[in-house]
Design a protein around this ligand. Sequence first.
Ligand SMILES: *[C@@H]1O[C@H](CO)[C@@H](O)[C@H](O)[C@H]1NC(C)=O
Ligand SMILES: *[C@@H]1O[C@H](CO)[C@@H](O)[C@H](O)[C@H]1NC(C)=O
Ligand SMILES: CC(=O)N[C@H]1CO[C@H](CO)[C@@H](O)[C@@H]1O
Length: 556
Amino acid sequence: LNDAARNRAYRRAIDAAVSDPSARVLDIGAGTGLLSMMSARALEAVGGEGRGSVSACESYLPMGKLTRRVLRANGMENKVKLFHKRSDELEVGVELDSPADVLVSEILDSELLGEGLIPTLQQAHDSLLVKNPKTVPYRATTYGQLVESPFLWKMHDLHSNEANAADGVWLTPDGMENIVSVKLQQHAMQCDPLEDEIRLLSEPFKVFEFDFSERPESQRENKITIKTTGDGCVHAIISWWVLQLDSAGSIFYSTAPKWVRQSSIKDLPRCADDTKDWCDHWKHCVWFTQGRGAPVMKDQTLSLRASHNLTSISYQLLNPNDEACNGNLKADHLTLLPERIALYGDIYWRSALITAIKNALSDRSPQTCIVADDSIFLALLVSSLSPSSKVIAMFPGLRDKGATYLQAVAKANNFSMDQIQVIGKRAASLSTDDLEHKKINLLVGEPFYCGSEGMLPWQNLRFWNARTLFHSMLSEDALIMPCKGVLKLCAMSLPDLWKSRRSLKDVEGFDHLVVNETLGACGDLPGEQQGPCLPYYVWQCGYTKVQSNTDSRLDA
Ligand SMILES: *[C@@H]1O[C@H](CO)[C@@H](O)[C@H](O)[C@H]1NC(C)=O
Ligand SMILES: *[C@@H]1O[C@H](CO)[C@@H](O)[C@H](O)[C@H]1NC(C)=O
Ligand SMILES: CC(=O)N[C@H]1CO[C@H](CO)[C@@H](O)[C@@H]1O
């Protein structure tokens, strides 16, 4: 809603599409009702009041209530018919008097398809729309570009990075290179901050086109021939999309990276105007190529197979050098987020943990060690460094998958599963029976809780909570690692992020004051509604500047 370029583009395209006074407009996924109100206003402008109609559906009830408040605030409650339903629960003859001849919608995510664009369009074309309806947007096109980027490589190739660390610990032993990996999917990420680190290895290429005025196929495949523009190693495919909003082809909106928006490559429509703001709601997508990536030479011709199903687009580089990617992942396979793969391959982080555990084990041999969290790294490390210890892995998130994984890598790391017990429950459910009435000598954690990724940093104080719960089971000289947590704060200027979340007033002529409390906007709000705490990687926040010293701390 704060994306003025998007709003303006929709407004212009809706004004162009709603040209017939008897138009029946359908808005799927109404949100605050902005597109419906734009349609109702366009209808009035062509004298369609009382003749045409605007119907909207919003299935998420709290949002639907907000839609109603916004409609009321703008005197539109009688001009837009709102249904708290999914579009596939609407019927012509029940909610709709007749099939709609204009479809307006904005159900797009960074990857384009993730919010169900295809099934929604299919059902709308089958049941809710006339033949050859007008649609806003008119068309979406996805693009990709081959890049070399050590930063992105570290986010998925754990095996090679672990080999470089040469510390003898193998989360991904030889022959099991993919046993810990990122999900084989597009990962939404702001790529502009990587601009100086990325080497482009091809021009942007077109991947798929989606015409909203036709019933889309459920799946398609496209074999793309790409000429490389430099020597290097293809670590990833970065992709984005461009919307053509009007049928005439004069209104565009693009989520392309900065380097594409700034160069004027022919065939690539530029943004309607180049004032597009940084945005948090649509990022670029990164598809990691397998393993070390595909080495290429300048002017080489590569084949890329792109395919999509109902909800996502995937790629396969058909290159003799590309390490074959085995789609059939085994049961012992673990998928982690790219940021965690990068951490597990980080030589400094590894050596800090290895040193801490070696120190803890040096002056005695602990009999009972608890891994309080989901750390496969620590479970493997303690077992392998101290064969005489009993290791109890809580693995509250990984559970059996964690046990199966440890079993698979045990031999390569020289430990035996006999010394490991995986509990697979929360800390509170550990009993003295599990410990065979022995005391805990070593309590460790990274901390890492599977499923808590992307939460606020203090969620990791859960380790402290576990330590408190285990208190009576700890031996007198028990060692706890980490022994201390320091939560640091600093004030920052984040103008891009702030702008993208600032409270709303007028959006293309429609009063949105009523939404800012519900949607949790920043700025100008009374006291405690101000400053919602949201988890973000700072490097993903656009422009940033540190505004205070970084020594402010809260000790735990
Ligand atoms: C589409 O493909 C992705 C990636 O291959 C897969 O994860 C997803 O389950 C598939 N979705 C459907 C609806 O088939
Ligand atoms: C593996 O563990 C055994 C038994 O503790 C030990 O004798 C051996 O040296 C270890 N091997 C390696 C390569 O660490
Ligand atoms: C800054 C701003 O527009 N604040 C508004 C947020 O929403 C409340 C409730 O509708 C309004 O009273 C504020 O004026």
